[in-house]
Design a binder for this molecule. Structure first.
Ligand SMILES: [Mn+2]
Length: 315
């Protein structure tokens, strides 16, 4: 079983030289329904052993800039302590830093606000692109302001620029308290009707730099059954990766997280495999697209399907 992402050779996972930083946060403190997100990061690392290091779409070795795996941030006793621990660790370890790209593996979605707070401190301003089935805009949930169900409300405390994609579940309370956010949602239905227009809207709405948070439940439960609150009507691999690729091509993306993977156990590794491949895609896309992180890019001519017109869904 691997303790580093992809079980890379020593020269490719040296933390002092690697551009990419995998940071594990196996936190599960405020989950309300099915548990298991604490096992997510380990499960993603384990299956990453089985993946190729060559991106089939960009035709390049996405590990060439180095991918280091950092020790897990241990869970604290309360959500407040955990928020502070994540925020302080991300700052002290300088996970956000010019030329470095942190990719956090959760854990539940409440890990995101302290990360974004540290990112805003580093870069001055950050917009957040959220892939999720849920808005997570409740002011509090079961009496907790730091619940996973309030994660994006806490993000709004530190940045006003939040773009939400794949949402298909939110409460009346959220609609009344955050009407501007709700009216700007990019829903799965909108993506099915005209993905190209949605991508243009997303690119237009995102200021730079961009931080990306992916709740694995943005995918349809058919593709990602191992998660706490599987919602029907989710996105597929091509919808999510197409948006990610386009955003990474033209925006300066400075970090990302993948959260809410709750492994089913046994031989069903579908969800963690999807998450591991998604992590690889984020690395590949940010390594070859736009942005200020320098390095020899793959030729953009090699991006298969770069010129294809994607009116409507991509399936
Ligand atoms: Mn969610």
């Amino acid at each position: 079983m691997s303790r580093t992402f992809l079980s890379l050779s020593a020269d490719r996972c040296d933390p002092t030289t690697a551009r990419y930083r995998i940071v594990l946060i196996p936190y599960e403190g405020t989950v309300c329904f099915l548990g298991g997100t604490a096992r997510g990061p380990d499960a993603i690392l384990d299956v990453s052993d089985q993946m190729e290091h060559f991106d089939e779409e960009l035709l390049c070795d996405f590990t060439r800039f180095g991918i280091a795996t950092f020790p897990p941030i241990p869970s604290a006793d309360t959500p407040e302590q955990m928020f502070d621990r994540i925020y302080q660790t991300v700052r002290q370890e300088s996970y956000f830093q010019q030329g470095k790209f942190p990719l956090f593996l959760g854990g539940e979605h409440s890990i995101t606000p302290p990360i974004v707070r540290a990112a805003v401190e580093c870069y001055g301003t950050v917009s957040v692109l959220q892939f999720d089935a849920h808005t997570d805009l409740r002011e509090s949930f079961t009496g907790r302001k730091l619940s996973h169900a309030s994660a994006m409300r806490r993000v709004l405390d530190v940045t006003p620029n939040l773009v939400q994609v794949g949402i298909r579940s939110f409460s009346e309370e959220e609609y009344q308290e955050c009407p501007r956010q709700i009216e700007a949602l990019i829903t799965p239905r909108m993506l099915l009707q005209n993905q190209e227009r949605c991508v243009a809207t997303i690119l237009d709405a995102l200021t730079e730099p961009v931080y990306i948070t992916v709740d694995i439940d943005v995918f349809d439960p058919v593709f990602a059954p191992g998660t706490g609150t599987p919602e029907p009507g989710g996105l597929d691999w091509f919808q999510v990766t197409e948006i990610l690729r386009r955003v990474c091509e033209v925006k300066n993306v400075v970090g990302a997280d993948i959260v809410e993977v709750a492994p089913l156990g046994g031989n069903n590794v579908v969800t963690e495999f999807l998450a591991a491949r998604l992590a690889a895609k984020i690395i590949a896309y940010t390594g070859s697209g736009g942005g200020t992180i320098s390095g020899a890019p793959c030729s953009s001519d090699l991006i298969v399907g770069k010129d294809r017109t994607t009116g409507g869904n991509t399936r």
